[in-house]
Design a protein. Structure first.
Lengths: 276, 174
């Protein structure tokens, strides 16, 4: 009996791994996922008030330091907004003069499809979530996913009424990024040890990056290839910068704006007219 | 197994599996969180034996894999083995021992952590063992705290099978 179950599990793994998005096993999984969806949504709704209480209690512990930090940030941002308004006007005029061609930008070229998080794998290494929107709603494979705070991850599996999102804190995911202040380009990926810290990698030593700098998605485009992610989605803030003589690149740690552990709802970005 | 008990076990596991993926998996303190499904499975297996444990583990894993859109069969494989081993332990050396639930839970937590890492690595996923090691201490504490209340509740719902009492003395007739 036990042997049969183990063999059956191995057969399922083989089929699921070889053809994750097509074939009879994928179809059965899609149908079963749709059938179980109301239960996971119900479970999510039952758990939500408890999670809110937990989040509220947790935020109380950090409220004082958060208030001080936010006050300082508000002062700095107020000055920055005025400068940015001038720069944006100037930028628009110069772009019009040059007939500048650009890659897709967020939020101009994308629409956000709001979806609730309905499930999370319980394994410690699985940095993924399942959202209650699928191909029927317009979600496509590789679509970028954000929260109100910033970049969250990418759609890695789509079914009719649900989709799996791999978070940026997962080891499988990396995103090309830019330092807004210095323009330094690199790759943001999972940090070693803690999932709540990211690394801004592949940044040359000669480029200046400072603590407090904001990192956003780069959204590059070459002749035939384009980044999966639009330009300008906030990813996080630089918390430490270092460099060693033996390393090729700077060692930069980034604190993500999005809280990967406590995400209840997301926006799946869908290109407005199917461009890419 | 009595069909009524089978239905109760199925209901418990279904509800707990749904709660695990929708609610408990987002609770992380100290890098790890509780695995209510694993704790419940260990309780069922200890109380009802190896075959019930293995079958329960298989279907519990299937629910998790389907709801999280993961690789189908992966969690089933791990939980089938956990259910079978916990059931065998409950039927043999662990029978009637008060420390059996916590011991089995700790071993199962370690097995699922490293077993999942091993299977994922074999499937070509580049996972750092540090991630597993970082989450393991908190998961062990959480599950150890949960096991006795959960074990008590599961025992009330599914009961224990009638076992033949061991003979205390034997008379030899020559």
């Amino acid at each position: 009996m036990v042997g049969i179950l183990v063999v059956l599990a191995l057969v399922l793994i083989t089929f699921s791994f070889r053809k994750p998005d097509s074939g009879p096993v994928a179809s059965a999984e899609s149908a079963a996922a749709s059938a179980l969806r109301p239960f996971t949504i119900a479970g999510e709704r039952v758990a939500q008030p408890f999670r809110d209480v937990y989040g509220w209690a947790d935020s109380l512990l950090t409220a004082r330091s958060d208030a001080k930090r936010l006050k300082e940030e508000t002062e700095a941002l107020r000055q920055q907004v005025i400068q940015n308004q001038f720069a944006a006007n100037e930028n628009a005029k110069l772009k019009a003069l040059l007939a500048f061609r650009d890659g897709p930008r967020f939020p101009d070229d994308y629409t956000g499809l709001a979806a609730a998080v309905i499930a999370r794998p319980s394994g410690s290494f699985a940095q993924e979530i399942v959202v209650a929107a699928g191909s029927n709603d317009g979600v496509a494979l590789d679509a970028p996913v954000v929260t109100a705070d910033g970049f969250l991850g990418r759609v890695t599996r789509v079914y009719a009424r649900s989709a799996r999102v791999t978070l940026l804190s997962d080891e499988q995911l990396a995103v090309s990024a830019l330092d807004v202040k210095s323009g330094a380009a690199g790759i943001v990926k999972h940090g070693r040890g803690s999932a709540s810290t990211l690394i801004f990698d592949r940044v040359p030593k000669k480029v200046k990056v400072s603590v407090g700098d904001t990192i956003v998605t780069a959204g590059w485009r070459s002749s035939k290839l384009a980044s999966l992610y639009p330009k300008g989605i906030p990813i996080g803030r630089v918390t430490s910068v270092g460099q060693a003589d033996t390393d090729l690149w700077k060692q930069i740690q980034v604190e993500p704006f999005a809280d990967f552990d406590r995400v209840d709802a997301v926006l799946v970005l869908v290109l407005e007219d199917g461009r890419r | 197994m009595n069909p009524a008990i089978g239905v109760r076990v199925a209901l418990i596991i279904f509800v707990v599996a749904i709660l695990q993926v929708s609610a408990f998996s987002s609770v992380t303190i100290g890098g790890g969180g509780p695995d209510l499904l694993l704790v419940t499975l260990v309780s069922v297996a200890l109380l009802r034996g190896a075959v019930t444990g293995a079958v329960t583990g298989f279907f519990a894993g299937l629910i998790v894999d389907v709801t999280t859109l993961g690789t189908l069969g992966l969690t089933s494989l791990l939980l089938t083995l956990v259910g079978y081993w916990a059931g065998r332990y409950g039927e043999t050396t662990g029978q009637g021992r008060s420390h059996a639930p916590v011991l089995t839970t700790l071993a199962a937590t370690v097995f699922v952590g490293f077993g999942g890492y091993a299977v994922q690595s074999m499937l070509g996923e580049s996972i750092s063992v540090r991630v597993v090691l970082a989450a393991l201490p908190a998961a062990l504490i959480w599950n150890a705290v949960l096991i006795y209340p959960v074990f008590g509740l599961v025992r009330r719902v599914v009961g224990t099978p009638d076992r033949i009492e061991r003979a205390r003395e034997v008379e030899l007739l020559v």
